[in-house]
Design a protein around this ligand. Structure first.
Ligand SMILES: [Zn+2]
Ligand SMILES: [Zn+2]
Length: 351
């Protein structure tokens, strides 16, 4: 089979001919028919995540060996079953929920695989969907997507549930309260598009790019503003009578975190989602004085995925624009994403 692999960190992905893996034990062989290209793939491709202050997470230190196949937004058709894989048949179409834990530790046994210390995520720790086939360790990670467009369903596994799970964390907001969403890029825009289906609050979007602000209004934001303007803070505070009651930062840059934290109302929570990287300066005394919270939100659970697919089926969430590309264009697609050329989510299609 063909696989599009990292053979040197940061260098163009290489098309390689590799053997189709054989499913053992509970494993399932999936013929990949679609796989989203995600912005976080770029960090893995480079071989590190920037933590700010000169600190980095190095992929090699986490045990990632080259050659490696990216792709954590895969779905396809069951093509083979290990002797212990039950409950699914060859030919059935399924999403592979990628955020898999080790299965052995306490949190995994409590079904909290997202906080497992030794995850075996598809496409970030084990070979992913930039290939014609991949192995899913157990049928329990397969999710039905019948009734949802293939490209939309693929990207639901990462950008979709990332936005959805962040919104669920502020679901307590009332209809007369305000939610600030910072950043209307890929995931941010997905979040704005599904906000009304999850949260009752009024949606204000802060975004520095005028085209993205227009897209945010189109996607359902009540108000947009430019957070690079010095007047933005004042404007936001007066608009919300003292600051938004919660904020979700889909960028995660020092400037956006400082902006969001600086405008929040008393008692508000800031949900950090974006992996832009860096280190922010925050006043430690303001946390207690303003009774604020900061929480991190990383992708979402398999249950989040099931719920989100249902919202798509019911037409309650408008998907972001998809750009379908043949699987063989994986190397160009990720390069263009790095260069910021992608308008909409790239999804690799393997016919
Ligand atoms: Zn992703
Ligand atoms: Zn675990």
């Amino acid at each position: 089979m063909k696989a599009y692999q990292i053979t040197q960190w940061g260098q163009p992905l290489e098309e390689r001919e590799v053997e189709i893996p054989k499913p053992k034990g509970t494993e399932v062989l999936l013929k990949v028919t679609a796989c989203g290209v995600c912005h976080s793939d770029i960090h893995i491709w480079d071989g590190f995540f920037d933590l700010g202050g000169g600190k980095k997470v190095i992929m090699e230190d986490r045990g990632l060996k080259l050659p490696f196949t990216l792709g954590h937004e895969p779905l396809g058709e069951v093509a083979g079953l290990g002797p212990g894989a039950t409950g699914v048949s060859v030919g059935e179409k399924r999403i592979a929920y990628p955020w898999i834990g080790c299965g052995q530790c306490d949190v995994c046994k409590r079904d909290q695989e997202l906080i497992c210390m030794n995850p075996i995520t598809i496409g970030t720790r084990r070979n992913g969907g930039y290939a014609e086939y991949l192995i899913v360790p157990h049928p329990k990670y397969l999710v039905q997507y019948e009734g949802v467009d293939e490209a939309v369903a693929a990207t639901a596994t990462c950008s979709g549930i990332t936005a959805y799970s962040a919104l669920k964390k502020v679901r307590h907001l009332r209809s007369d309260e305000f939610l600030l969403i910072v950043g209307a890029g890929g995931v941010g825009l997905a979040g704005i598009g599904m906000a009304k289906a999850v949260v009752k609050a009024k949606i204000i979007v802060a975004e520095i790019d005028p085209a993205k602000r227009a897209a945010a209004l189109e996607a359902g934001a009540e108000v947009v503003l430019d957070n690079s303007e010095t007047s933005a803070r004042e404007e936001l505070i007066s608009l919300t009578n003292g600051g938004p009651n919660a904020a979700i930062d889909f960028v995660g840059a020092p400037a956006t975190v400082e902006f969001a934290f600086g405008v929040m109302a008393k008692g508000a929570s800031l949900v950090l989602v974006g992996l832009y990287g860096g280190a922010a300066q925050l006043s430690t005394s303001l946390f207690p004085l303003k009774v604020n919270n900061i929480l991190g939100s990383f992708v979402g659970t398999q249950q989040d995925l099931v719920e989100l697919l249902q919202l798509f089926r019911e037409g309650k969430v408008k998907p972001v624009p998809m750009v379908r590309r043949p699987l063989r264009e994986a190397p160009q697609a990720i390069q263009e994403l790095r260069e910021g050329k992608a308008l909409g989510r790239y999804v690799l299609i393997n016919d």
